[in-house]
Structure formats: C-alpha cells, structure tokens
Write a protein that binds this ligand. Structure first.
Ligand SMILES: Cc1cc2nc3c(=O)[nH]c(=O)nc-3n(C[C@H](O)[C@H](O)[C@H](O)COP(=O)(O)OP(=O)(O)OC[C@H]3O[C@@H](n4cnc5c(N)ncnc54)[C@H](O)[C@@H]3O)c2cc1C
Length: 490
C-alpha cells in the first residue's frame, strides 16, 4: 500500500537520528501546514491542551507532554495526521476516552496525540435499528442519546468510559443477552496505518473486521465511525448491595453460584471486594464487598435472591433507567476514581478452587502491603454460556470465546501519588507477583480491557496467529507497532 506517499512528499522529515522531541516537533509542523488551526494545538498552557493532557483515568499519563494535540473532525483529518506523523518519524497516540491505564496506549511524551474527542456525531436509523456513532463520545453520552428512541448500544457498565472499550471486546451489563460490545459491530470506517480510509465489515475487508472485534485498539488502524446493532431498552431492576466483610463467605458462595448456574441472560452482576489502606483495628472497617446487580426488566424474580437474603449494610435495588444503571453507585464514579491506577486480569473456570485462591492471594497481599496502595479491589465478572452463544450467533469475535460459564477477574491497584519511583516500582512488582500466583485457566482468553501490557493478552487467544497475520497485512512496515504503544504481537 503506497497510499501515504501522495502527501508524504510535501512533508517535513525529521533529520536522521533526530530525538523524539525533534521528530514530534517536525510532525506538528507538518500538521500545522495541512490542518486548520482549530484542529491542532501546540500551546501547552492553553485550556484545551491541558484538558486533553489531564483527562486520563491513570493519572500517571497526565505527566507526559505531547508536542501537539490534533483534534480531527473527520476520517480525512485522521488520515492527514497519520501521514504527517509518519513522514516525520514521530511517536504518537490515539485517544478516545483515555481510560486504558497502560502508559503510552493512548498517551505520548514528545510526539503527536490524536484526540478523537471532537468526533461526536451519533445517529439512529429507525428503519434498520442500526446505530452509527463517531469515536469521540463517552458511552454515557451515547446511552443518553439512544435512550430517546428506547434503544441503546452495547458498551461500558460505567457511563464515563470511552468507545475504545469496544475494540478490546467490551463487557456490558447487556452482554449475557447480546454478546460483547464488539459482537454488535456491523460496519466500521477505518483509517489504516497507511492513511487509506476503508470500510471493514463481514463483506468488505472481513479480516480487518474480525481483528477489530476485540483484537485491540491502536493496532490495525483508527476507527472513525462505528455502525452497530442497537438494542431495545426499557426499565431495569438494578442497584448496589454492600456487605461488611464478615459476610464474605456467604457473598462469595452466592457469586460462584450465580456464575455457575444462572441461566437468565437478563440478569447480570459484578462482584467486587474493596480494600482501603487504613488499619482494620479488628473491626473490618477497611474493607467491604459491593455487588452490582442489574436486571433488564422491572421484575428480576428470584435472580438476585441469594444476594438479598444475606444481611447487608446498604441496598439500592429498585427500578432504574439504563442511564441511571450506568451511573451506579454514584454519577461520575469514573472521574472520581481517577488516580495512579493500574489494572491486571485473570481468567478462570468455575468448579475448581481458583475463585477462593484468587481472593485469598489478593486479601493476603492487601493486608501485607498497607501503605503501598490507596485503594485496591478484586472484581469477579461472569461470562455465561448465553454470552458466548450470542457472540457465536453474530459470527464470533477475535477472542473466539470458548463456551461459558467462566469468569474474568479484574484487579486494581491505586497507588498514592507521593510514592517515590522506587517504591512505586516495588509496589507494582509485588502486585504483579500476587496476581501471577493464581494460575489462569488454559484455553481461555485474558480480557484485553482489564489487562496490563506485560500480560500479553493477545497471546492467550486461540486466534493469535491469525491476528498476527492481519496485523502484518494492515501495518506492513510496523508503523503502528514502532511508533505508538499497544499490545505485543511478538
Ligand atoms: C472506570 C473504568 C470502568 C471500566 N468499565 C469497563 C466495562 O464495563 N467493560 C469493559 O469492557 N471495560 C471496562 N473498562 C476497561 C476499558 O474498556 C478500557 O480501559 C478501554 O481501553 C477504555 O477505552 P477508552 O476509549 O476510554 O480509553 P482510551 O485509553 O482512549 O482507548 C483505549 C485503547 O484503544 C485505542 N483506541 C481508542 N479509540 C480508538 C479508535 N477509534 N481507533 C483505534 N484505536 C482506538 C487507544 O489508542 C487505546 O490503546 C473500564 C475501565 C475503567 C477505568
């Protein structure tokens, strides 16, 4: 593919051996020539630049200083941006909602940051029931818009997360009914690493379409438009139930029971155990178990009885709209939980002792390492058979998810910003070693959206060699592989 050569010849190339800073500046100079001034900002003190730089869920990434930020409003702008960056040999990053905690996945130091936040158009076609949206909105904005038609798109369980979620699969409260967010993709507009703008669907570039359904963002190109199957929504019965830690055994049993036996695809849960750094004083006030219980419909029947039968501290179950569901437990929870945050992931089958082992390993680590985190949690996320069936019925995704039930575990460490680099590295190493102590199930994919970059999640996919081939085809000279962060294909 030589598409990029057209613009490329007019552009500045950084001197051979130039530093990252010089290459970043050369790329910004190129783009200033080719984009109108409202679409590029190199003023590091301007409110627009600062807002982009600060808006990362992992606050560590806000310390990076992009040479300039590009705000495309169309696929053509993204194409020009990629060609200018390529010509200058600069590093870059593509940012949607900024929630991926891995550094340099959607952040860049001395390079070009492509902030998709100005691409916010969204449409609903009442005849086809397809929804089309650009990548710059948060899922909460999309839910608010589609709710006007009594429809929604399959996406994040918290309103504040961005559309990059769906490129990593995307686990929703609606997934047990409709599959992962990416399973609802019907057509994508993609700017390839060459700058060429193409369509990806089951019939056009089907290999690219396959890879972009859960095979990760910033690897094969930039999605500038999503056309997805929308879903009907009405009233939900949903809420959080919070338990003191002395109910852990009963709640853990209820969660495992739900993972193994629940067959109602309208019922969805997340089981989360939270730990604060404060001393316990034997009163268990430093920890709690928080359930997210969501039923698509006003009457959940007995779906959550095992949870509501256990004595609890707080229960907010009741009738809710979908926008209210994704703002549980409180609105703005993604914004409020911003900090020095890192995720790790595990994947396990039900029926062995992995649930208890993972919980015990986390709990022991959390007790032994007070002071090295400001918050830590372990979340259990069921993958029922109805979800994997719904995925298969729509053609399957890049994970080719084996039949449920099984579950993903999300681990969070939030570290105090006062930690020295050495203490930070030590805290992260201990956290990594704790997660590794619980062996993952063979033959199941690690969830990209919850993974740390060093966990190499793609290598756990049964489709890995196919994805490697697709990556080679669409990024033939390793432009993305070498100049932006992302998952390893090696
Ligand atoms: C508070 C919180 C709640 C979460 N809840 C869920 C959940 O319910 N379900 C779930 O599955 N995951 C969840 N996640 C994980 C989340 O899906 C990932 O962090 C995801 O990467 C976030 O997407 P983003 O657009 O916000 O982030 P970004 O960091 O902007 O993007 C993520 C990655 O995708 C790339 N990317 C983004 N857009 C494009 C594009 N258009 N084209 C090409 N590449 C692109 C970026 O370069 C980056 O590498 C949650 C994360 C947080 C922090």
């Amino acid at each position: 593919m030589v598409f990029y050569s057209l613009l490329f010849i007019f552009m500045v190339t950084a001197p051979l051996g130039a530093s990252g800073l010089a290459a970043g500046n050369a790329a910004c100079a190129n783009l200033t020539e080719f984009l109108t001034s409202s679409k590029i900002n190199s003023d590091k003190l301007s409110p627009q630049y600062l807002e982009t730089q600060e808006d990362y869920w992992n606050a560590v990434q806000s310390s990076y200083v992009p040479s300039c930020v590009v705000y495309p409003t169309s696929a053509q702008d993204v194409s020009v941006a990629l060609q200018g960056i390529r010509a200058a040999g600069s590093r870059f990053a593509i940012k949607a909602g900024g929630h991926n905690p891995n550094t340099f996945f959607s952040s860049v130091d001395a390079g070009v940051l492509i902030d998709l936040g100005s691409m916010t158009s969204m449409l609903y076609n009442e005849d086809t029931t397809l929804a089309t949206y650009e990548p710059g909105s948060l899922f909460g904005d999309l839910y608010d818009y589609y709710a006007k038609f009594n429809r929604t798109v399959v996406g994040a369980r918290l309103a504040g997360v961005g559309t990059g979620l769906a490129l990593g699969g995307g686990l929703s409260f609606l997934s047990p009914q409709y599959g992962m967010a990416c399973d609802s993709f019907r057509e994508l507009e993609v700017v390839l690493p060459s700058g060429e703008i193409v369509t990806a669907s089951n019939t056009t570039n089907p290999d690219l379409f396959f890879a972009m359904r859960g095979g990760g963002g910033n690897a094969y190109g930039v999605v500038t438009k999503y056309t997805v199957q929308s879903r009907p929504i009405g009233e939900f019965y949903a809420g959080n139930v919070i338990y003191l830690f002395n109910q852990t055994t009963a709640v853990s049993e209820a969660i495992q029971n739900f993972i193994q036996y629940n067959e109602d695809p309208k019922a969805s849960i997340i089981g989360t155990y939270e730990m604060l750094p404060t001393p316990s004083f034997g009163l268990d006030l430093d920890r709690a178990v928080i359930m997210f219980l969501v039923y698509d419909g006003p009457d959940a029947g007995d779906a959550f009885k095992n949870f509501t039968d256990i004595p609890n501290l707080f229960n907010s179950l009741g009738i809710k709209t979908y926008p209210e569901v994704v703002n549980m437990p409180i609105p703005m929870s993604t914004e409020l939980s911003r900090g020095d945050n890192i995720f790790r992931v595990g994947v396990h089958r039900i029926g062995d002792d992995s649930y208890q082992t993972a919980l015990d390993n986390w709990y022991t680590w959390a007790e032994d390492n007070k002071g090295s985190y400001s918050l830590s949690s372990i979340d259990f996320q069921p993958i029922p058979k109805s979800l994997t069936d719904a995925s298969k019925a729509q053609g399957g995704n890049a994970m080719e998810m084996p039949d449920g039930p099984w579950y993903w575990v999300n681990y969070l460490i939030s570290t105090p910003s006062s930690l020295s680099q050495q203490d930070y590295d030590e805290a992260q190493a201990k956290f990594r070693d704790m997660v590794k102590k619980t062996a993952n199930a063979e033959g199941l994919p690690l969830f990209i959206n919850d993974a740390n970059y060093d966990q190499n999640p793609l290598s756990t996919f049964s489709t890995y060699s196919k994805l490697q081939e697709i990556k080679k085809k669409y990024d033939p000279d390793n432009f993305f592989a070498n100049y932006t962060g992302g998952w390893s294909f090696d």
